[in-house]
Design a protein around this ligand. Sequence first.
Ligand code: FAD
Length: 577
Amino acid sequence: MVIRNLDAVVSQPFDFIVVGGGAGGSVIANRLTENPDVSVLLVEAGGSNEGVLNVAAPGLVNFLVNSAWDWNFTSTPQSALNNRTLTVSRGFILGGTTSTNQMVYTRGSSEDYDLWANITDDAGWSWDSLQKYIRKNERFTPPADHHNTTGQFDPNVHSFDGIVSVSLQGFPNEIDNRTIQTTSELNKEFPFNLDMNSGYQLGIGWVQATIGDGTRSSSAASYLGPSFISRPNLHVLLNTRVLRVLENEHQQSDFRTVEFTQDGGVTTHTITASKEVIISAGTIMTPHILMHSGIGDSEELHSLGIQTIHNLPSVGKNLTEQPIVRNKWLVNSTHTLETIARNDTLLAEVTREWQHSRMGPLVDPPLSFIGWLRLPANSSIFQQVPDPAAGPNTSHYELIITNGALAQPAPATGNFLTFSTSVSSPTSRGSITLNSSNPLEYPLIDFNLFSTTFDRFVVREAFRNTKKFLAAHSWDGYILSPPTNATTNEELDEYINQNAATENHPVGTAAMSSKSAAYGVVDPDLRVKGLSGLRIVDASVFPRLPAAHTQVPVYIVAERAADLIKDAWGISKEDTA
Ligand SMILES: Cc1cc2nc3c(=O)[nH]c(=O)nc-3n(C[C@H](O)[C@H](O)[C@H](O)COP(=O)(O)OP(=O)(O)OC[C@H]3O[C@@H](n4cnc5c(N)ncnc54)[C@H](O)[C@@H]3O)c2cc1C
């Protein structure tokens, strides 16, 4: 239940306190409260997702970045990108970034998870071991328009009775046939993949999205949906910002108390869990909370006047992000996103259609197809650096095909095809550091994008390949002009430097490592190394970024984490609620 009265919280004992109600936190809150004897307090900085139209209607997603439901972070100047700062979007609402994201459902390649198992020395993180958690999470559903989906996905690799709804596109686009035809015409370079979520990701396939009945299925709408959030043992405190976790006065290295504020720090309160605190505040804010709590690199903390309670130098390091260039091709069509986006009357019309029947163009996010591709094995870059992908079946780069410009507001004139290119196995690493000792101030977010020759090489080659894709006959008469006439490395670099952004998939700032490793922030069971009472369950624990959009990997991690926590405390795994 949503708590309105703070006194009711402060005077109540809770077994677990979960910090952050996004992808990771919602799963933990749901799974632990399956047992009615277990009490959980979920603390979320943002407000409720209930009744927020732009969140619920998939086609209105472009209105969410830089909105009141966004933390609105900004990166530090990126030296490889003409010192530009970049928008860093994160959901500030129940459901976290699953309430504001583009809803793409991708798991990554099987090799990504097998690599995690290797790094952590825990076979439980391997692709095969995680299958039951993938299935607990997913509920594959028919698309909004109920068209025949034969040949658009492989039902054998999906689950139909999990929690988060997943579906294929529910409103056809003009580019659909052209894209599919290109996968036949240029089959060798751009093969069709029936289902990129089978463990074998390479090729081009239809987007699957976390949508059911034409409506966003965020972690708030699914794991905290009406039948779950009403559980008497689940307490949800909204508009409440956690500042720090505090060490037990009577037991060294034991952290089960959270300090929070509801009024911008004017007053602060504390509450203690009898069993554990689980931090699920995401890749940016989880290390921020840890560092303000005195858990981090002692030298860095000392320089800001924060007393180190536990020296853990890896906190905030290893920040990994997929850089993306959203290449906009001018097209000979009026059937693209822009036509609706810049016409208020039309937008109101399709919004009414969505509200009345859950049909029409707003049932889908803007993206239609995704491709996961590799550089050729004889690529010159491999004479300089080893292949960083998790294995030979894992992509180096991603192509995202969108029927329109992804920008909000839409460009004033012209109709576009956006063919985004991103580095799916990047080798650049950045960091989250503190700006000051004030926990209400935002941290410094330095992605350090394109700090390696590999990332730069890949994004150039990816762009060159989009040109090959769009030169296929299937696009004859459709493409009017390219986003740039750049062809040489130097020209392309200038274009990239002006246009690259983040794909909004940051991970790795509180990474897992094996129990014996001297680096890392959490053990393979997601407990903070060297401490008791404190676990982390969100994208920050990824030791490596899977070649995927990141919400599904977080769901998978959180589903397993819930079982790890239940095992640790002898909590029954049967759903007794
Ligand atoms: C614009 C955009 C588009 C994206 N598109 C996709 C996509 O199509 N497919 C995909 O797979 N992934 C996508 N992602 C990424 C994906 O949504 C995230 O990887 C995923 O949600 C991360 O889960 P998390 O649990 O780590 O963090 P989040 O889901 O961000 O949850 C963290 C929660 O903690 C709360 N919080 C933070 N600090 C505090 C604090 N101090 N006190 C209390 N609460 C706090 C936040 O408000 C938030 O609710 C996108 C992201 C963005 C920004």
